[in-house]
Design a binder for this molecule. Structure first.
Ligand SMILES: [Zn+2]
Length: 249
């Protein structure tokens, strides 16, 4: 293989590694952003659980107060009932006592419901707090790892960039500009294509017989007539019935 072609393949490798590293480093802040969003959403969930718990506790305290009021009212009413002068008065006090007692039953039933709900909510709040702590730990760990990876990635990129520049300097200006042209044209970054069995391995077009023969014989600097990539051969082995024995390298 020609040294120019070897240099092109090296350049292509450098550029692909650089592109891969750039993409990888761009993913790091995205991942941290996603973790921050998850953490904030979970924080809100915890807050709403705590708010529900507080609302239940407040409602239950109010009910306890109203039960106490009803109870003291019943004591008063029973006293008044004992002192009632007429049947109508007695009936009125009895009616009020029955009503207050039914209010107490309703309030106590609701208190029981709230107690059960609060127990469930306390468990949920505790679990959510534990989860939030775990999420914060994960975030801190990943942030540290991301910073380390970012630093290492930047250093790797600087080295690759230096090697790239050094390799670029070894190329003839025409080959260097051909490389840049091909790199812009082919978004996958492949500018050199292996030729196997008279076929370009990048665009899979047949290479004309005469060109294929030339490539096998002397491996000149040659581009694919279809995709424009620089063609190279890595393994020339065996006997081709059409072109004879493989050339010695
Ligand atoms: Zn091609």
């Amino acid at each position: 293989m020609q040294p120019e072609v070897q240099a092109l393949i090296r350049l292509q490798d450098f550029d692909q590694s650089l592109a891969r590293l750039t993409a990888e480093l761009l993913e790091l802040p995205k991942r941290l952003d996603a973790l921050t969003k998850d953490g904030a959403a979970h924080g809100k969930h915890l807050e709403s659980l705590q708010a529900s718990l507080k609302a239940d506790e407040t409602e239950r305290r109010k009910l306890e107060g109203s039960v106490e009021l009803h109870k003291s009212k019943i004591i008063k009413l029973k006293k008044q009932l004992n002192e009632a002068q007429t049947q109508t008065q007695s009936q009125a006090f009895e009616h009020e006592i029955t009503w207050a007692e039914s209010e107490i039953v309703k309030a106590e039933e609701r208190e029981l419901e709230l107690l059960m709900e609060e127990e469930q909510l306390r468990g949920d709040v505790q679990a959510a707090k534990v989860r939030l702590l775990e999420m914060q730990k994960t975030f801190e760990l990943e942030r540290t790892q991301a910073l380390t990876r970012h630093k290492a990635g930047k250093a790797e990129m600087a080295t690759l960039e230096e090697q790239r520049q050094a390799t670029l300097k070894t190329l003839e200006p025409t080959v260097a500009s051909l490389y840049e042209r091909l790199r812009r044209k082919h978004k996958n970054g492949i500018v050199a294509a292996e030729a196997v069995n008279s076929q370009c391995q990048s665009c899979y077009m047949e290479i004309r017989l005469q060109l294929w023969q030339e490539l096998r014989a002397s491996q000149p600097f040659m581009t694919c007539e279809n995709c424009g990539r620089v063609l190279y051969i890595t393994t020339v082995t065996g006997f081709d019935p059409q072109f004879g024995p493989a050339p010695t390298r």
